[in-house]
Design a protein around this ligand. Structure first.
Ligand SMILES: Nc1ncnc2c1ncn2[C@@H]1O[C@H](COP(=O)(O)OP(=O)(O)OP(=O)(O)O)[C@@H](O)[C@H]1O
Ligand SMILES: [Mg+2]
Length: 390
């Protein structure tokens, strides 16, 4: 059928034709935004889930909800090689200048800029030559101790006080949270703790791979009290079917029942895979309905495409040693595995695995769902590893 009319949208962050199965989370976000705006306490939301489950599209939807509710939004995406400070300074600087221009009494926005300048002086060493122009005198001692866990909360207080003065709530949306190191995450948690204690109108909405198991000590117990961590997962069978059927029905195209069942079986309900299978099946079909045979024929194309793109980009960033680690994990079957079993499969001592495991976690390839366990962050990656390294 006409590829131009194809309703499916496989791709990182591409909005799906219909955001199926996420009404509960969106309602939770709506309530949170409503309450913070009215200075009522509510847990911030950190969406966690594996690759391709739809965290980014949800966060973008929440961004729209926030804007509609009258929030100024600050959207950032964390990177493996960029510090939290380097990511936050430019948008906060822009925000403070905007607040300064909004009509109203008081000069908290100017003070915010002076505190931001102080913060920039404090983190200079760790920002690695990063420069943002800010031609203003720093407020000495406000946020320049160099200790992120005290400087970031002070900065957030200054920004939020500026926002409060202008009656503008702020939503900070951060994607790929798992790339922050534990100091940065802990500073972010402390900063949000301050927001709540002082009932300031600033809320954090984040998304990333599961990070809670990786937090330790005090920041873990704070995080559990301050944040809710809704688990964004695969869609149930009825939802997966809805995600395939509703968009095609709109344009008068049907799937055969068996075709839908087969796509669910192959994708296990993972949103990214649903889009890929829907997309290729549509292109392959000559006319409605899309049959089981069409889906079976499209499957070879889908797997080839996934192997060449979705899986391959991640595979190519691995060292030979890391590939062997993941191949050994894949050989143990799907699901989580004990580090000890992986070491045995590789024929090495468990304590020699530490650095490799740490690098794989840092690259976002594996995570620890429970102490001592390791699992893939990419659904169906185990099957890919077996194809890539037979
Ligand atoms: N609820 C949903 N129903 C149907 N399709 C969806 C849904 N959510 C996301 N998708 C589709 O899944 C794909 C992946 O979405 P997205 O990029 O938001 O995932 P992600 O969790 O952010 O992945 P990553 O961890 O790799 O960043 C997109 O093609 C999107 O259209
Ligand atoms: Mg994403």
């Amino acid at each position: 059928m006409d590829p131009i009319k194809n309703p499916f949208s496989p791709g990182a962050g591409s909005p799906p034709p219909e955001l199926v199965g996420r009404a509960g989370i969106l309602e939770q976000a709506r309530v949170l935004l409503g309450r913070v705006k009215e200075k009522r306490p509510e847990k911030s939301i950190l969406l966690t889930g594996l690759r391709g489950v739809g965290k980014t599209v949800l966060l973008n939807e929440i961004d729209r909800l926030a804007a509609k509710a009258g929030y100024r939004t600050v959207v950032v995406e964390a990177h493996e090689d960029k510090s939290l400070a380097a990511l936050l300074v430019p948008p906060l600087r822009k925000l403070l200048f905007e607040l300064d221009r909004v009509a109203g009494a008081g000069d908290n926005a100017k003070r915010g800029l002076a505190v931001l300048k102080s913060f920039m002086n404090g983190v200079k060493v760790t920002m690695g030559g990063f420069e943002v122009g800010l031609d203003i005198d720093p407020e000495q001692g406000a946020a320049d101790s160099g200790d992120l866990e005290s400087d970031l909360p002070n900065l957030f207080v200054a920004v939020a006080e500026a926002a409060e003065e202008r009656h503008l709530p702020i939503a900070l949306l951060i994607d790929e949270l798992q790339y922050f190191n534990s100091k940065e995450l802990s500073a972010l948690i402390m900063a949000m703790h301050k927001m709540q204690q002082r009932q300031l109108p600033m809320v954090l909405l984040g998304a990333g791979l599961p990070i809670l198991p990786g937090l330790a000590g005090e920041s873990k117990s704070y995080a559990e009290r301050l944040f809710s961590f809704p688990d964004i997962g695969a869609l149930s069978e009825p939802d997966a079917i809805k995600a395939l059927q509703d968009p095609t029905k709109l344009v008068g195209v049907d799937f055969e029942r068996d075709a839908l069942k087969e796509i669910y079986r192959l994708t296990q309900g993972y949103p990214y895979f649903l889009q890929e299978w829907g997309y290729q099946s549509w292109n392959r079909a000559a006319a409605s309905p899309i049959t089981l045979k069409v889906v079976q024929e499209a499957t070879a194309t889908v797997i080839k495409r996934l192997d060449e793109n979705f899986f391959r980009v991640r595979f190519d960033r691995l060292t030979p040693g890391e590939k062997l680690f993941l191949r050994a994990m894949a050989g143990l079957g799907s699901g989580a595995h004990r580090s000890g079993d992986i070491a045995d499969a590789l024929g090495v001592k468990i304590n020699s695995l530490g650095p490799r495991r740490a690098n794989l976690i840092r690259k976002g390839m594996i995570y620890s769902p429970a102490h001592g366990d390791m699992a893939f962050t990419v659904p169906l990656f185990d099957e890919f590893m077996l194809r890539a390294m037979p």
